[in-house]
Ligand binder design. Sequence first.
Ligand SMILES: Nc1ncnc2c1ncn2[C@@H]1O[C@H](COP(=O)(O)OP(=O)(O)OP(=O)(O)O)[C@@H](O)[C@H]1O
Length: 316
Amino acid sequence: MTPSPASSPTFEELRARSAAAQDGPAYGEGSVIACDRLVRIFSAEGVEVQALQGLDLTVAHGELMAIVGASGSGKSTLLQILAGLDVPTAGRSVVAGNDLLTLDAKARLRYRREVVGFVWQQTARNLLPFLTARQNVLLPMQLAGFRARRARAERADSLLELLGVAECRDRRPAELSGGQQQRVAIATALANQPSVLLADEPTGELDSETAAQIFEAFRSVNSELSTTVVIVTHDPMVAGEVRRTVAIRDGRAASEVLRRLATDADGQESVEEREYAMLDRAGRVQLPRPFLEALAMEHRVGLTLEPDHIAVRPEG
Ligand SMILES: Nc1ncnc2c1ncn2[C@@H]1O[C@H](COP(=O)(O)OP(=O)(O)OP(=O)(O)O)[C@@H](O)[C@H]1O
C-alpha cells in the first residue's frame, strides 16, 4: 500500500484514529442480530463446501430487511443458523442476547420456540394439516407452557385479525389459498412474541399479486408489533418493499442497498436508493465485478491512502 505523498495522514494520526475507534461500542452492540465472521463448512462425499466464508451482518431492533443473492450464495445456510437449526463451523452469532454457539439443547429449544419465529417457503412445513388455522396459532403457546387459556385465545384471534385471515380461523390449511396459508403461518410464527421473525423465500410458491400481499403482511407486523423481520428472497419485488437489502455473494455480505423517502422542494416524495459495498471485520471489500472488468483488474491492485478515501488502481 502506498500512502499518497502530499496529503497522507502521519502514522501518529493513524494510530490516534485507531485508538479512538477501539474506544467505540463493541461490534454488534445495540443490534438484535450480530453475525461476526461466520463460517459454515459442509463436507459431503469427501468434498468441502464453504457455504459461509466469514460473513458479517448486524440487524437493528425493529428493522424490516431482506437478504438476496444468487442460488448457492449461502442465504439459507445463514437463516438456518439464525433459526437455531444449524451451528456455524466458526465465528459468532448473537440473536437477542443469545450466543448461538453456546446454547445447550434445552436453551436451544427455548430459543426456537420463543426468541425466533420462522416462515418457510413450503406452506406444508409451516402448518400442521390436521389443525385449524386458530389451533395452529395456539399450538406454539401451548408448547411454550403459556397457561392462561383466555389470553392465549385472545392473542391467537388478534394475530389472525392483524394478518387479515380472521375469517379463516376454523379452516384447515388444505381449505386455504396459498396466500392465506402463509398469512396464518406468519401469525403462528408470531404466537410467542419472538424478537425476530425469519422468513425463507416466503413468496416462492405464490403469484405476484399474492406475494405483494405477503410483503404487505410483513410490513404491518413490523410496524404494528415492532418485530424485527429478516426475509431471504429471490423475489425482485422485495426491492420496493423494504428499506434495506443485503446481497450475499460467495458466503459473505457483499453489498447493501439502503432506501429512504426524500421530499423535494415542491413537496414531492420519492424513494432514494443508494448501494454500498460492505467492508467486513477483516477489512475485506468485494469490488463489483463490472467495475473490475471495466478496468481489467485482476490478481493485484495498487492501494493509495488519501485523507478521506482509499484509491484502488489496476497494477500490471
Ligand atoms: N447440508 C449441506 N450439505 C452440503 N452442502 C450444503 C448443505 N447445505 C448447503 N450446502 C451448500 O452450501 C452452499 C450454500 O447453500 P445455501 O442453501 O445456503 O444457498 P442459498 O443462497 O440459500 O441458495 P438457494 O437460493 O438456491 O436456496 C451451496 O453450495 C450448497 O450446495
